[in-house]
Design a protein around this ligand. Structure first.
Ligand SMILES: Nc1ncnc2c1ncn2[C@@H]1O[C@H](COP(=O)(O)OP(=O)(O)OP(=O)(O)O)[C@@H](O)[C@H]1O
Length: 333
């Protein structure tokens, strides 16, 4: 029977220098075509190693990676590593020709056999990435975010089936970042491109990805839709990656009016209702962190610290005493 899987890793392991605890171990996953999958995990958890294995930049020590049924060979077996139907963009834009124009950098990825088609495709991809106004500029004169767009344009102009992104928005400021994220989502919708990305930023993966793969110390701990993993994480590790949550032990939970024998429970800051009515528990407002549309309040009660979100800035001031009611809590593993 023909293998109909798209991009698949089967029991893949890879360590560095014989150190068991480096790299990744026993990774099995299927990437869904036409979707954005984000690999998340703490620093050193093996995200980049996994991406490089999927692309063929690294050979697995055990297991196999396949793409549309064909084995992906690593650099030990293949002269030019990587796969023709996949492209990878990292935060380093080293392969751009700084002294050539944006247009030429992008067009150079296509053969010159059909000049008209080359021009049409270059214009199309520059429009998709909102870069037509930059097309005559030298790459050296662009900002970091603009250079990143050129790198992505070069990667997608040859119509790869998969785009692998290794923290590509790291050097880019917030407004540029959001624009680029939006454009990539749009391209995925319009062209059916599959994106596999590595990111540190919870806001980025929650808003961009269709699927999340959570890795810890080189192993997958859980996978799922961002909303599902955010609202119902199976692991404390996942909750802490996705949000700045309160992790409370049994006694600390009691201070919040929660009776439980669980060793650790999780309360997200937005699950705390604040009020001036002090009939629940009384908490001192120790610190207010202004975030623009909302505030983070750092509260204290008998040595227990809680972080809460207040969507109506300026309601409280530091030194106030407020009532706290926990609307929801979780007890992930
Ligand atoms: N070339 C290498 N030689 C030795 N050890 C390595 C090498 N590359 C990665 N490692 C180790 O393997 C583990 C996983 O590294 P990897 O870069 O894949 O993690 P990561 O999750 O992408 O980290 P970060 O988010 O900090 O970039 C780490 O412990 C790292 O030190």
């Amino acid at each position: 029977m023909a293998d109909t899987t798209f991009l698949r890793a089967e029991a893949v392991s890879r360590s560095y220098g014989g150190t068991e605890l480096s790299g990744v171990r026993n990774i099995t996953l299927d990437i869904t075509p036409g979707k954005i999958t984000a690999i998340i995990g703490e620093s050193g958890s093996g995200k980049s190693t996994l991406l490089r294995l999927l692309y063929g930049l690294l050979s697995p020590d055990a297991g196999r990676v396949s793409f549309m049924g064909e084995r992906i060979w690593g650099p030990e077996e293949k002269l030019i590593p990587g796969h023709d139907d996949m492209k990878m963009v990292t935060q380093h834009t080293d392969d751009l020709n700084l002294f050539a124009r944006v247009w030429d950098n992008v067009a150079a990825m296509l053969p010159s056999t059909d000049i008209k088609a080359k021009e049409e495709k270059t214009e199309q991809v520059l429009r998709q990435l909102n870069m037509m106004h930059l097309s005559l500029k030298r790459v050296a004169d662009l900002s970091g975010g603009e250079k990143q767009r050129v790198a992505i344009a070069r990667a997608i102009i040859t119509r790869p089936k998969v785009l692998l992104l290794d923290e590509p928005f790291n050097q880019v400021d917030t407004s540029f970042r959001e624009g680029l994220q939006h454009d990539i989502r749009q391209i995925v919708k319009e062209t059916g491109l599959t994106v596999v990305m590595v990111s540190h930023d919870p806001a980025e993966v929650l808003s961009m990805a269709d699927e999340l793969i959570v890795i810890k110390q080189g192993e997958i701990v859980e996978t799922g839709h961002p909303k599902e993993l955010y609202n119902h994480p199976q692991n404390l590790y996942t909750a802490e990656l996705l949000t700045n949550c309160n992790v409370l032990n049994t006694d600390e939970a009691k201070a919040c009016g929660i009776k439980t024998d669980k060793q650790a429970i999780v309360v997200y800051p937005e699950w705390i209702r604040l009020s001036n009515v002090l009939k629940t528990s009384e908490w001192l407002v120790k610190e207010i962190l202004f975030k623009g549309p909302y505030e983070d309040l750092i509260l204290e009660n008998k040595g227990v610290i809680l972080r809460a979100v207040n969507n109506e800035p300026d309601t409280y001031k530091e030194g106030d005493v407020v009532g706290v009611k926990v609307k929801r809590w979780l007890s992930p593993l």
